[in-house]
Design a protein. Sequence first.
Lengths: 285, 318
Amino acid sequence: MEIEQLEKVAAQVRRDIVRMVHGCQSGHPGGSLGCTDLLVALYFERMKLNEKDGKVVFEMDGKGEDLFFLSNGHISPLLYSVLARKGYFPVAEMATFRKLNSRLQGHPTPHEHLEGIRIASGSLGQGMSVAIGAALSKKLNNDNSLVYVLMGDGEQQEGQVWEAAMFAPHHKVDNLIAIVDLNGQQIDGPTAKVMDNRDLAAKYEAFGWEVMTVEEGNDMASVVKGLYEAKSKAGHAKPVMIILHTGMGYGVDFMMGSHKWHGVAPNDEQLAAALAQLEESMGDY
Amino acid sequence: MKKYTFTEKKDTRSGFGAGMHELGQKNPNVVALCADLVGSLKLEPFIKENPERFVQCGISEANMISVSAGLTIGGKIPFATTFANFATGRVYDQIRQSVAYSGKNVKICASHAGLTLGEDGATHQILEDIGMMKMLPGMTVINPCDYNQTKAATIAIADYEGPVYLRFGRPVIPIFTDADQKFEIGKAWMVNEGTDVSIFATGHMVWEAIQAGEQLEAEGINAEIINIHTIKPLDEEAILKSIAKTRCAVTAEEHNRLGGLGDSVAQVIVKNDLVPQEYVAVNDSFGESGTPAQLMEKYGLTAADIVAAAKRAIARKK
């Protein structure tokens, strides 16, 4: 897909995010908006997805296709929007987000059989381990497609992340591309103040990863270029890590660059102000 | 009393190792994972024949559980193995989110459960694992009684789709069940039919219950002994049928009395058919260092304790 078209999809996804969070007056818009360009680039451009008659099809085993795992499950509005816009489930279902009897739980889960979701996430630090398992499964199945996982930068404070960070290079899980969303913010404030991650790239390099940085994680062309570069680095005996610099709340001016909008929903007035900045390119749900 | 004899003693963990060896040969989807305890889990024969299907995780149990959940995506059947303490309490959240809530076909196989781990002491002697695992929706909990039954259970759970917690132990104990038994998940095994008291036992305590049954017989008490190898799903029908006849119950387990087999049986009794029940279990405490036999005696988990509990239960009958 052309960069311009991807940007249009991203604008619609951002509309979906703020509308979903507004609709239930809860959820996490900040990180969702910041990672929108990445997920749109993955699902609408980079990932090889199983299709039938020009429509995506979901099977839990995901054989022969690239897989994506969301470890920082609280940015679920983003994942739901991208999956719905890609055609995994009806876009109208986004209206049920975080409401009773919905398949769109506050944090993603396969428990309600939502197409596109393969693992529950929410309790942080587990997603990279799960992605490693799925990558090992692909190797055992002689399936040469790739496995992607996205984590938050605050999430790097979980000990299990570093168990997985040690495991993947040791076992040469080179069909894994992990991404850290480096937005520098977490619930209690700037990550550097809450618990400083310091130099994540150096840490992962020391653990034996192939590490690359995308400085402009909200510039679609940069993100797409970075993802193709990462793909070219896969298959060379090392797992690949992308340090992706993003802005929390990107795309809505008053939500940008602050931890304030990590887990806060906009009111009616704020919603209108946000939507005025985002093109309705695919039709609201 | 039906006679149970044995010619050999073995550890239940070796039954697990033998089951894995056989699974390695007959099920190409079975993958074994271990957190630096390959020898203790008796995995060497499996690894020797299937090196590509063994994943050494190092001392990183949380990662091992979540990697196992990921391995199911693509159709693998992961058996995640370590000591029971590190397989449950240490990784409860990983099991809860990545395995149980996600509905993944992971087999958590835990050795060195309970007091009979012995000298290592309370840090390693988990007595709360059955409770933690049975509280997870969708989790199957199995605690087989000897080498042969552990081997059969290991093979059976590979054919069952869904998360399973399989618990076994370290010490050598008599082998008294059939080598060629078919293991049915959720189906209690009638060890001895009786009329005076129902003894529901699990794991290592089944042999103790048999010893107790013989002592009771010598005193003119006819005990029914049932091996509850599957604590969840519980064979309620077998329990109700038994207490309808005997009108009192004893439960015996190498576990805290809170949250284990006893509480599961008590729920069935309270809800359906109120009869006296006595617990043989650890009385809400941690263990300590000692030989397995010393510990079982100090913490009240011997045949003599079951005999005493049976007499108390009978005395309470209306």
